[in-house]
Design a protein around this ligand. Structure first.
Ligand SMILES: Nc1ncnc2c1ncn2[C@@H]1O[C@H](COP(=O)(O)OP(=O)(O)OP(=O)(O)O)[C@@H](O)[C@H]1O
Ligand SMILES: [Mg+2]
Length: 274
């Protein structure tokens, strides 16, 4: 593990954490609530979390526990009621893939993917070339897709364009929310490989939300299992990198998947009790 720590309102600070990196994000005493009818539901009441430079963190947890809300808060799309989100080394360049695809529906795919360059003043040729490279990265044939509109894509194709959009501005910190949702088995595996390679090459820091425990273990340095109310348990994934298909057969990998799945399952069963 490259170092990180996480605390929740019950202060169950994990003992095995050994910070040895530079914090990219520090979340302190975060509180956030949502309206549910006439009352507000607390999503976070006193949530702390650090993410260190170069770390790949996956966030898993039951539906509705607040994973996308955390992505919204970290991205600045949502404002916390209390607490701070600090970027100790200055605000990183952010790439965000929200759970719901956020593409410009009136723009072609090339124009969506070229947007980050457009606002920096690059011409059409450079933007199209950039968009074509991004398409290839997420396994979409540029010839087929560049001149389509988002409304002309399947759900899985849209997810991949959204992921490419998040990567398009060459971010330092990537926040991705169910990036591999809607993808077939092989494409999902290929996207996992692509993410691992991209992170290693660009020294990206990543927070990725996923419901797939095996994917989380394969990708992560650390997994946060969140439950309703924001309590979080941390799992350190210290498997060697780069990881490949053989990693999935490694007994240590299988054991980690079982540990995280068991904790997740226990959490959900506890929460389901009346
Ligand atoms: N815009 C909104 N207005 C009111 N409540 C909301 C809104 N968006 C989400 N919620 C509620 O906030 C809670 C947390 O939602 P969030 O989307 O963060 O969950 P999640 O962990 O990402 O779930 P999933 O795994 O299903 O994506 C849920 O109870 C949800 O119903
Ligand atoms: Mg969500």
């Amino acid at each position: 593990m490259r170092g990180a720590r996480c605390r929740n309102r019950n202060n169950n600070r994990p003992g095995e954490v050994k910070p040895n990196g530079t914090s990219v994000v520090e979340v302190r005493s975060l509180a956030f609530s949502r309206p549910t009818g006439s009352v507000r539901r607390e999503i976070f009441t006193d949530f702390d979390c650090d993410i260190n430079a170069g770390e790949f963190v996956c966030l898993v947890g039951p539906s509705g526990c607040g994973k996308s809300t955390l992505v919204g808060l970290l991205s600045g799309a949502l404002m916390p009621a209390k607490g701070i989100i600090n970027f100790p080394n200055g605000k990183p360049r952010l790439g965000v893939q929200f759970q719901a695809d956020a593409l410009f529906p009136w723009r072609h795919i090339w124009s969506n993917l070229g947007y980050a360059l457009e606002i920096r003043g690059h011409g059409k040729e450079a933007r199209r070339a950039h968009a074509a490279r991004l398409c290839e990265l997420v396994e979409l044939d540029p010839i087929t897709f560049l001149d389509r509109y988002p409304g002309e894509l399947s759900g899985g194709e849209c997810r991949r364009v959204s992921l490419a959009m998040a990567i398009s501005a060459n971010p330092d910190l990537l926040l991705i929310d169910e990036a591999t949702g809607n993808l077939d088995w092989l494409t999902r595996r290929n996207m996992q490989q692509m993410l691992q390679k991209l992170c290693a090459e660009r020294k990206l820091t990543v927070l990725a939300v996923t419901h797939d425990v095996e994917e989380a273990v394969w990708l992560s340095d650390r997994i946060l299992v969140m439950q309703h109310g924001g309590d979080t348990k941390e799992f350190i994934i210290d498997l060697a990198r780069p990881r490949d298909e053989a990693t999935r057969k490694n007994p240590a990998f299988i054991e980690k998947v079982a540990q995280v799945a068991a904790h997740l399952s226990a959490t959900q069963q506890r929460e389901a009790r009346p």
